[in-house]
Each structure stands twice: as C-alpha cells, then as structure tokens.
Design a protein around this ligand. Structure first.
Ligand code: SF4
Length: 208
C-alpha cells in the first residue's frame, strides 16, 4: 500500500571527487553536509554552519547516482565515499540507507561525535571507518574552542569503541593555536589511549 511518507533527504553542500589520501584510503569522493552542533573558532568549512549556504537536499539514491561514476576508481583502489561537513553523523539514518545501496565501497565518516548517541549507534552499522576530530579532551579547552561541553564526545567515543572496535577508528588530536598546548595534546593522547584508542593522529590547525 503506498504511503505519503516523504523520502529521506540530507542537506548536501557539495561533492569533491578524485581525492587521494586526505579522506581515507584509495580514491574517495568527499560529501560535505550542511549543519554542525559545534562552533569551532578555526572552522575550515564555516559555510556548513551558515544558514545562507545553498544546499541540495538529496535522497540516498540521488547521492548514489551522483557518485557511482567513480565506482571503478573506488573498487580498484580500495576507496569509496567519505562523509564530512559539517557533522555527517547528524545524517545517520541517511548514511544507513546510502550504505545499503553501495557495493563494497569503503565508507568513511569524519566526525566530531558531538551528536546524540543514537546517531552513533546507527552510523556504526553503516560506516567502515571513523575519523574522529576530538579537539581536546580537556573540558575547559574544548568549551573555549567549540562553545560546547565535551562530555558527549567522550561518551560517544567510548560507545563507538564498544560498537566497532579501535581498528575502525582514528582519533585526530590537533594542536590548536591559542587554545591548547603541546602538553595538553600529550595529555589528550594519554587519556584516549587509556580509553582504548590505538590510532591517534597529531596535526596542527591553521589560524585563519
Ligand atoms: S566540528 Fe568541524 S564543521 Fe563543525 S564547527 Fe568544528 S570544524 Fe566546523
């Protein structure tokens, strides 16, 4: 029996094709979603939190149709589709429907984990690899830098570790000019490893 339920869509800002190494293994297409609960001071993609940004609401099928032209690249290199933003886990139900359409492409999400736990649970079923930008594990640093509390991020990281295991997670610990220090980066890494994280990446944010 037909229903009047509207099709699930997600707000897509843009797609970036033929990316190598920056967003995961192999050749990837990056899908940038609109919307993020955080307000990071040095956000690289501020248009993803700007209400004036033009977006395209896409169904999972429409996105699949838009990215499938690169299927041969994905399959030959072990690549696939990387979801970023913005915060892709806000679109967890969409990701699950998209994953169900895909062949053996590798699906990666770049996430802050600053989302409700149910979104993490749904994404854990759909996504092969998670790149978590934790900002800093110190609550005061995190609050000053993002405007939010980091309890949710830490709880969700524990949840994600329990759901998918550490081999499917990389946690990025940035040095954030004027907000944290080398010492707090080292302290964050120690806290993360104590939680069970095994893949930690260091890098520096660029002030804009
Ligand atoms: S989590 Fe990412 S997209 Fe969201 S405000 Fe921070 S840097 Fe920007």
């Amino acid at each position: 029996m037909p229903t009047n339920k509207p099709a699930l869509t997600a707000p897509v800002v843009t797609l970036s094709r033929h990316r190598l190494t920056t967003d995961g293994d192999g050749v990837t297409t990056l899908v940038i979603f609109h919307g993020c609960p955080l307000r990071c001071r040095y956000c690289l993609n501020p248009y993803t939190t700007d209400d004036r940004t033009r977006i395209t609401p896409m169904t999972p099928q429409a996105l699949f149709d838009a990215v499938k032209c690169d299927a041969l690249y994905f399959e030959a290199t072990g690549g696939g589709v990387t979801f970023g933003g913005g915060e892709p886990l806000l679109q967890a139900a969409f990701l699950a429907q998209f994953a169900a359409l895909c062949p053996s492409w590798r699906l990666t999400a770049e996430t802050s984990l600053a989302v409700p736990a149910c979104q993490v649970e749904t994404a854990a079923e759909a996504i092969d690899f998670f790149i978590v930008d934790c900002k800093d594990t110190d609550p005061a640093v995190y609050k000053r830098y993002t405007g939010c509390d980091n309890t949710r991020m830490l709880e969700n990281l524990r949840l994600l570790l329990s759901l998918v295991g550490p081999e499917r997670i990389r946690v990025r610990v940035p040095l954030i000019p004027d907000y944290n220090t080398e010492t707090s980066v080292i302290a964050s890494e120690a806290r993360l490893r104590a939680m069970g994280v095994t893949n930690v990446e260091h890098f520096s944010y660029v002030r804009r």
